[in-house]
Every structure is written in structure tokens, then in C-alpha cells.
Write a protein that binds this ligand. Structure first.
Ligand code: FAD
Length: 491
């Protein structure tokens, strides 16, 4: 027909969702075209999200650790930060990973079409070529015909309408650009992204304020964990403003002057404050409204999300959607798992493989991690959620003050907390429903709790599993033993 290119599967967007879908589909023998407007693959996660933030957080964590070594008997001098070199390190990390993706795409014969995609029909996408940063369109257009499509167009940072356009007002992408270190920084939004970036800037020398509408930082995490995080991080902040809204902002020669208002009656808020840098981290909005999805018949919600079933299928049976664009939690590991489901369903249907065609996203839980210092990681039900849902739970809370390894590390502030079903039907052998940890390396250990939930483990299963000594991971076994009431001694 009138198409320049054709394929079995068109993937729109080259982030963790998009490249994972494209690679799995190609591995399953399908002809795949991947459309991405930017030069590099990897999407938000590799270019301006998970990876660059962790490259900087690692350096910040080492700096903080070293600054405490004096108490353990080893003194270092005051750190000298070369911000250009630090930025260069971050860029190199991104380059290695995005370069790796390009090589993997080539190896799998995934065709990458560089440009901005818009649907022009139920089986056609028009791609307008882009150059440079990915925003400039060259005017040259191509039409791709597809049998199936996977929409993986992701999300972008929400910008408050009253924020002035000013280089001193940034979103996470601007903060990761790491131009310089401000003296006073305001973080709008007390979620993971804001607190991670705040950690980096504060270790590099900035004083922080944070403003959050709700009644606590890191919503979604267990309050017992957040309490410890907040105590450890209090020295970074001049002011933690909870139940407070930002209502106006003005660019002045001295800085960005921000006004606050109570989000609830009776809350005291400070006078307007002036900051050298304001980070907007108030959430992310899906890109669903920017794809002319209606031309393909794909329904998009008012907020820009695309609804899908457990096979990641939209209302149009041959068009799928995955990742941030289909809803919360907006996390890379969720996008990757959804991507594999969509690719497998499509391959199964095209090739008549019933088992593959029956693939579905049925993860019980999706873990979350704040890669701050200490880290906070959680998965499944929290104690507050259990209470709200009327589920009776037995908890096992293991303080790291009883962990030999944590003490040896000089970092025994952590806690591991597990929740088990304690409803009468469980007869005292309730399965694990959720868990979390605050402490160093918590993010690297949360996978074990996720596995326990997926496997339907109970406290005995986890407690009797031999964990190596002395490790921080032992704390998971100990928390299970405490929940089961069989904890006799602690190392
Ligand atoms: P995206 O990564 O958003 O990719 C979408 C891609 O589609 C983009 O490359 C975009 O250019 C392209 N695109 C969109 N529309 C079009 C179009 N019309 N034509 C062509 N191309 C288009 N998650 C974690 O799990 N762990 C973390 O530690 C973590 N840290 C984060 C830190 C920050 C600062 C941020 C902002 C996010 C972080 N996230 C983290 C979230 C994670 O980045 C996202 O969940 C993930 O990138 C979503 O993947 P995706 O494939 O759905 O979309």
C-alpha cells in the first residue's frame, strides 16, 4: 500500500518498556520496528531517570560514608568536588548503557526509526524525522504499516502552571543536568524522585527545604521505615513542610520567591521564601494525548493514560500499551515485565502458539525503592494499608542494632519489617503479605521479600531459610523468626 516500511510489531517509544518489548518480539522471530524521537534508546530511565540519578547517588553515598569515618578512626580531608568531572562520570554511565542497547538492537535486527510518531490509522503510524536533541523536526516523513503495535511512549514531569520559566526552576531532568550547586534549594513534592535528587544536592552542599501536600514524605512506604529515614536525614533540611501547598512563585534577582498555603486547616506555613534552585517533583503525567491515538481508535483517559487488560491489550485488540503510559506505579521494572507480556501475546497469536498467546501480567507485587541514604525499600502491603483494609497481620520487626554486620558497618540505624496474614483462616501459619526495610543496601535486598510473597511463603519458610552470616540480608530471616515468635537469640 502507501507505507514506506512494514512490520509485524511496531513499538512506539524506546524506554525500558519499548526496548524490552522490541527485543523480546525480535527474539521470538518477529519483524520489529522501534520508533524513538531521541538519538539514544533507553527512554527516561537510562537518559534522565533511574541510571543517572543512581550514578550521582552512589557518589553522594560514598561522600557521606567517608564523612562519618572520622568516628571510626580514619580522617579524610574535606572533599573537593569537580562538578564538570562528576557530570562527565554520569554522562559516561549513560553512554555505556545506551550504547549497549543500540548494539543489542542491531544484533537482533530491530529496525530503529528515528522520529516523532503519530497514528494515522489502525494499522499505520506516521513518523516525522527528528534531529539534534529530539525536539527539532526535519519535515521528512515516513509511514510505517504494522500488524500489531505496542505503545510505550512513557511519561513526563508535571510542571505547576504558576512556576516562572527560569533556569533556577527545574524538573528532575534539569536537576540531573547538574549545572551547579545552589545554596538554598526547595524540593516541591516529597516523593522518591524529589528526595533522591535532594540527597545528591545536599551532599554536594545545598541546604534543603521540602514541601509536601500530604501528611508525610515518601507516601506509599511504611511509616515505621520513613520515620527512621527522616531522623537520619533531618540534618539536610532547614524545613520539612507537610500538609502544605505551594501557591505562587516569582523570579527575582535574589532567587525564586515561593509562597505557601496550608493544605489543611490549622497548619502553620512559613512566610514566602527565596531559593537559588526550585525542583519540581510533583509527579509525572503520561504521554497518551500526544500520539493521535484516536486515529487508531485507541481510547485515552482524560489524564492521558491508556487502559489495558492483563495481556496489556488496549480497546483495539491488535494494539497494546505498556509502561508509565498505562498507569502506576511508574517504574522501570514494571514496564519491562509488561513489555514481555505484550511481545509474547503478539508472537503467540501470529505464530499460533497457544501457550505464548496466553501470557499475562499477574505479578502479585511490584517493589519500590528510594535510593536515598539510608535506602528505603518496600513491597506488598504496608501496616497502614492492612489496617485500612481490615486485614489482621502479625508483624516481625528486626532492628539492625541487633545485626552484627550493620554494627560492623557503623550503620545500625536500619530496620527490617515483615507482615504476615494473621486472619483466623491462616491458623497461625499466615503467608507473608508485605515487607520493607530502611537501611544501607535495602534496595538490593527487597527482591527476597518480593520472591517470598510471590511464592506464598510463611514466617517459618523465611525464618528457616539459612541466610549467610554476617549479612544485612540475615535481617529478613530474623524478622520472620520474630513474627513467628521463635526468636531465641540474635547475633
Ligand atoms: P519512558 O522511559 O518514558 O520512555 C518513553 C520513550 O518514548 C521516550 O524515550 C520518548 O522519547 C519516546 N516517545 C514518546 N512519545 C513518542 C513519540 N510520539 N514518538 C517517538 N518517540 C516517543 N524507575 C525505577 O524503576 N527505578 C528508579 O530508580 C527510577 N528512578 C527514576 C528517576 C527519575 C529522576 C525519573 C524521572 C524516573 C525514575 N524512574 C525510576 C521511573 C522510570 O524512569 C520509568 O518508569 C520508566 O522510564 C518508564 O519506561 P517507559 O518505557 O514506560 O517510558
Amino acid at each position: 500500500g502507501n507505507a514506506d516500511l512494514d512490520c509485524d510489531v511496531l513499538v512506539l517509544g524506546g524506554g525500558p518498556g519499548g526496548y524490552s518489548a522490541a527485543f523480546r518480539a525480535a527474539d521470538l522471530g518477529l519483524k520489529v520496528i522501534l520508533v524513538e524521537r531521541y538519538t539514544t534508546l533507553g527512554g527516561v530511565c537510562l537518559n534522565v531517570g533511574c541510571i543517572p540519578s543512581k550514578a550521582l547517588l552512589h557518589v553522594a553515598a560514598v561522600m557521606d560514608e567517608v564523612s562519618h569515618l572520622g568516628d571510626l578512626g580514619v580522617e579524610f580531608g574535606k572533599p573537593v568536588v569537580n562538578i564538570d568531572k562528576l557530570r562527565g562520570h554520569k554522562e559516561k554511565v549513560i553512554g555505556k548503557l545506551t550504547g549497549g542497547l543500540a548494539a543489542m538492537a542491531k544484533m537482533r535486527k530491530v529496525t530503529i526509526v528515528r522520529g516523532y510518531g503519530n497514528f494515522v490509522g489502525p494499522n499505520h503510524l506516521e513518523v516525522e524525522e527528528t534531529t539534534g536533541s529530539g525536539q527539532e523536526k526535519t519535515g521528512s516523513k515516513k509511514v510505517v504499516a504494522f500488524k500489531n503495535a505496542i505503545i510505550a511512549a512513557g511519561s513526563q514531569a508535571v510542571h505547576l502552571p504558576f512556576m516562572p520559566k527560569d533556569p533556577r526552576v527545574v524538573d528532575s531532568t534539569g536537576a540531573l543536568a547538574l549545572k551547579d550547586v545552589p545554596k538554598r534549594m526547595l524540593i516541591l513534592g516529597g516523593g522518591i524522585i524529589g528526595l533522591e535528587m535532594g540527597t545528591v544536592y545536599s551532599t554536594l552542599g545545598a541546604r534543603l527545604d521540602v514541601v509536601e501536600m500530604l501528611d508525610g514524605l515518601m507516601q506509599g512506604a511504611d511509616r515505621d521505615l520513613v520515620k527512621i529515614w527522616q531522623k537520619m536525614n533531618a540534618p539536610r533540611f532547614d524545613n520539612i513542610m507537610l500538609k502544605t501547598k505551594t501557591v505562587a512563585a516569582e523570579a527575582t534577582p535574589e532567587g525564586i520567591k515561593v509562597s505557601f498555603a496550608p493544605a489543611e486547616e490549622g497548619v502553620k506555613v512559613p512566610e514566602p521564601q527565596t531559593y537559588d534552585l526550585v525542583l519540581q517533583a510533583v509527579g509525572r503525567t503520561p504521554n497518551g494525548k500526544k500520539l493521535s491515538a484516536e486515529k487508531a481508535g485507541v481510547a485515552v483517559t482524560d489524564r492521558g493514560f491508556i487502559n489495558v487488560d492483563i495481556q496489556m491489550r488496549t480497546n483495539v485488540p491488535h494494539i497494546f500499551a505498556i509502561g508509565d503510559i498505562v498507569g502506576q506505579p511508574m517504574l522501570a521494572h514494571k514496564a519491562v515485565h509488561e513489555a514481555h507480556v505484550a511481545a509474547e501475546v503478539i508472537a503467540g497469536e501470529l505464530q499460533g502458539n497457544k501457550e505464548l498467546a496466553a501470557a499475562a501480567f499477574n505479578a502479585r507485587v511490584i517493589p519500590s525503592v528510594a535510593y536515598t541514604d539510608p535506602e528505603v525499600a518496600w513491597v506488598g502491603l504496608t501496616e497502614d494499608q492492612a489496617k485500612a483494609q481490615g486485614i489482621k497481620v502479625k508483624k516481625g520487626l528486626f532492628p539492625w542494632t541487633a545485626s552484627g554486620r550493620a554494627i560492623a558497618n557503623g550503620r545500625d540505624e536500619g530496620v527490617t519489617k515483615l507482615l504476615f496474614d494473621d486472619s483466623p483462616e491462616a491458623h497461625g501459619h499466615g503467608k507473608i503479605l508485605g515487607g520493607g526495610m530502611v537501611g544501607t543496601h535495602a534496595g538490593d535486598m527487597i527482591g527476597e521479600i518480593a520472591l517470598a510473597i510471590e511464592m506464598g511463603a510463611d514466617a517459618v519458610d523465611i525464618g528457616k531459610t539459612i541466610h549467610p552470616h554476617p549479612t544485612l540480608g540475615e535481617s529478613i530471616g530474623m524478622a520472620a523468626e520474630i513474627a513467628h515468635g521463635s526468636c531465641t537469640d540474635v547475633p
